[in-house]
Write a protein that binds this ligand. Sequence first.
Ligand code: UD1
Ligand code: CA
Length: 453
Amino acid sequence: MTLDVVILAAGQGTRMRSTLPKVLHRLAGKPMVRHVIDTARGLEAERTHVVVGHGAEKVREALADCEVHFALQAEQKGTGHAVAQALEGLGEGKVLVLYGDVPLIRRETLAGLLDGVDDDHLGLLTVTLADPTGYGRILRNAEGEAVAIVEHKDASQTELAIAECNTGIMAMTAAQLRRWLPRLSADNAQGEYYLTDIIAMAAAEGVRIVTAQPADPLEVEGVNNRLQMARLERAHQLATAERLMADGVALIDPTRIDIRGTLTCGHDVEIDVGCVFEGNVELGEGVRIGPHCVIRDSHIGAETVIEPHSVIEGTVIAGRGRVGPFARLRPGTRLAVGAKVGNFVETKNAEVGEGSKINHLSYVGDARLGRDVNVGAGTITCNYDGAHKHRTEIGDGAFIGSNTALVAPVSVGSNATVGAGSTISKDVADNALAVSRGRQISKADWPRPSKDR
Ligand code: UD1
Ligand code: CA
């Protein structure tokens, strides 16, 4: 049977106190609803439908690149009404109902739930909670079969004592939904069309309710406020950290790392506290990352050491590199084997050759440095004339004295030397010395001016 996934994402999320629709708030750097869409993709759903309402335009925009169908629920009249908005687009197979604000549900849990679904069996994910306040309760008959869900606000005292709760996640056939949804009524405490009422309809028709539980209750936890959001974030990050450690990565403190994307590590990688990884980051064997680094979309080759407080984006480091502390490598930075970029150095669109060093306080942009180049402290590539960017080329073995301004476009030949404090605006030939600064004059025994007494 084919699978349609319906993701409810029309609610307002008042308690987030935000202008951003709730389902677009980010968990691990990704809007919550995208986590759910990705999980649906993992189930190889034929179609994924997102029911939008509050902030519909913003949600559509944020998901413009996703292969999903949108259904508009103009007015929020309940979960049953929400699913009904997607009814038209459903196929003939199974339907799984998920929630845009329940981001950590796992594919395996859902696959298990879906396995049992056919014309005679409905799948319902339940969870037993110490404090079931607010949840729909699962009613079972004398044989222990689930036969109905009663919402908290409609429940009797005895029903309120039931600890088994509805997670909201359920799976059935499209034919059943077409049969049952039009029969829902809003005659209840909240005046809403409850999706949960289909459980009693199913039981009445002799369709068995097959219940399953998630491996971890966090999977079914929804987000209503920022505190819950932060709790889920930490739980998710800890799980990611534990996976990394199981794979052999040394995390100094698994509670102090944030991965907002994919982090791939070779053997014996060590990561100190407070680091943030975004997008796609690869760390080669034996790489060490110091405390409080931010690394985004970069490849860091084997045996490289990143010292504390470095910010690295769109960079490729071949291996045995040394970066920081306090370095900023911007997109297009390429460090060859053994290259060093030290403190308070910014690079952008810069290729740095094997063994070359930019150790202190420099800006190197739109440049190519050969191998074994030494760039002195305070050297700046003046790559921008206010309108265009220009390139700087520095040959193998060149030595750039401290506080040099390289006015691009310009080249310095191999083994050339630039005297400290120079402003270089003309090309320097191989093996040449270039100095451009006022000559020093010295006056012996010079009396310093003094105030008259
Ligand atoms: C729902 C269940 C309850 C369950 C609980 C688990 C119903 C009637 N009740 O209650 O049994 O224990 O979830 O969290 O289903 N939504 C829409 N359109 C609507 C209404 C809701 O898209 O018209 C979306 C919301 O954005 C939210 C989700 O559906 O993501 C759940 O809605 P909510 O109103 O929070 O339902 P609960 O009262 O929590
Ligand atoms: Ca809820």
